[in-house]
Design a protein around this ligand. Structure first.
Ligand code: DLL
Length: 433
């Protein structure tokens, strides 16, 4: 079902008129109300009146996480705090978190895009939505919550953790929609196995998984284990939270960007040049309607490409392909670029290998080394050493074939790699310490 036919199926020409109107307003608001924006634009020699067409967006300077950090916590809000009804924050890997703020209307907008997103995944009124995204400063829990309520579904605000209890509740309440990170969904599936609960005892129909990268093989794995259709949802706190884009259940290929609110561009991460439509690069977003904390040309560091071809679902919004990694996720191992999702893809395509792994990077002398620790099934683990060696060799060869870099494979006992209740930590890079 399309939640908002009027906007989601808008002919492209009409959408562009709306986007331009909103863009002009955004640039005015940011320039006249926020000094750091004014300084940035003055430095680039751009005034709000220079924005006359959508192509003029490219004249505006980029914003980055550092810009946000420099103005911590509320320095980029365009409105006084008496109009800001909520803040969220994402924990950075180092130092201070990134803080974002919402007016009442921003919360409304967010609920609207999340309702669209859930409808895109086939969720409707009457569904019981088990929301296992974390509630709190993280945007996942509350963002999905408001959207599901707006849609008219019955929300179970369970948050992450206490997995056994979650399974009991899903069984008792007849939950048919699961919202979680893909790694937590796997944790749930595994706990179900341990408890002897078969997926047929649950009523799950669809899982709406996001907040971290996950491969197509991982999708197959969760679908099989939980007996549901797994749909990808994307978002980031800076832009609004979950609900920036969403895969439709009809195509299950690429996430529709709610372009009347969020304007995408793809750039070359090194040169900052905008790339031709369809090319892969860094995703950049401009928030067209957000009031308290708008962002102009925000560099997400996420890597994807845009799909402009019309979709069978009838939505006219462009899609973005599954995120393959982040520019700061990319490991450079002896000069070769490696994304954790590539390793995941290989691992999950091999029988007997469990979907739990970690990548450990070290520097020995001047040499970078990469070790992949991966769990194998109980049965395999107690098998003959020769078979384990064969398996480890096979993984090594497949990784080398795909990414061109050799690594050490360590097969570990089942349940030794830490399980995730939110975003999984896949890489331990000891070179940075
Ligand atoms: O993770 C918002 C969210 C919550 C999205 C729930 C989806 C579901 P942040 O904590 O600010 O916000 O992290 C944003 O997570 O820049 C991506 O690198 C990554 N990410 C989010 N969704 C996906 C996805 C939330 N579907 C960062 N695939 C983003 C891959 C994703 N990566």
């Amino acid at each position: 079902m399309i939640w908002n036919e009027e906007f989601e199926t808008l002919p492209r020409e009409e959408l562009e008129i709306l986007q331009l109107k909103r863009l002009k307003d955004l640039v005015q608001r940011s320039y006249y109300r926020v000094k750091p924006y004014r300084d940035k634009m003055d430095e680039a020699g751009i005034k709000p009146e220079h924005i006359r067409s959508l192509a003029d967006l490219q004249k505006l300077p980029f914003t980055t996480k550092d810009f946000l950090r420099d103005n911590y916590p509320f320095g980029l809000f365009t409105l006084p705090l008496d109009q800001v009804v909520r803040v969220h924050a994402s924990s950075g890997t180092t130092g201070k978190p990134t803080v974002v703020g919402y007016t009442k209307r921003d919360i409304e907008t967010w609920a609207e895009v999340m309702a669209r997103a859930l409808a895109c995944g086939g969720v409707h009124r009457g569904d019981v939505v088990h929301n296992a995204y974390g509630y709190g400063l993280f945007t996942g829990g509350l963002g999905a919550h408001y959207g599901a309520e707006k849609l008219g579904a019955t929300v179970v605000p369970i948050s992450g953790g206490q997995t056994k209890r979650q399974i009991m509740i899903m069984q008792d309440f007849g939950s048919n929609v699961l919202l979680a990170t893909p790694s937590y969904a796997l944790n749930i599936a595994e706990t179900m196995e341990d408890m002897g609960v078969d997926s047929s005892k649950l009523s799950l129909r669809v899982g709406i998984f996001g907040a971290e990268p996950w491969s197509e093989n991982m999708r197959e794995e969760v679908e099989k284990k939980l007996g549901l259709k797994a749909i990808d949802i994307y978002g980031l706190s800076e832009i609004i939270g979950p609900g920036v884009s969403m895969e439709c259940i009809e195509a299950q290929h690429g996430m529709h960007i709610f372009e009347d609110h969020f304007m995408p561009e793809i750039i070359d991460p090194d040169s900052g040049q905008v790339l031709p439509l369809g090319e892969k690069g860094e995703l950049v977003f401009t928030t067209l309607t957000k009031q308290a904390f708008p962002l102009i040309r925000y560099r997400t560091k996420d890597i994807t490409r845009l799909i402009a071809e019309p979709c069978i679902c009838g939505r006219t919004f462009m899609r973005m392909e599954k995120i393959t990694g982040r520019t700061d996720d990319m490991l450079i191992i002896r000069g070769v670029n490696v994304f954790p999702t590539q390793v995941e893809h290989v691992l999950m395509g091999i029988e007997g290998v469990e979907p739990h792994y970690q990548i450990i990077v070290n520097r020995e002398g001047s040499m970078d080394t990469m070790e992949v620790q991966v769990e194998v099934s109980e049965q395999l683990f107690s098998d003959e050493v020769k078979n384990l060696e064969k398996l480890s060799k096979r993984i090594q060869v497949e990784i080398k074939d795909l990414i061109g870099s050799s690594c050490k494979i360590t097969l570990v006992e089942p349940k030794t790699i830490q399980r995730s209740e939110g975003k999984a930590k896949r890489v331990i890079d000891n070179r940075k310490i």
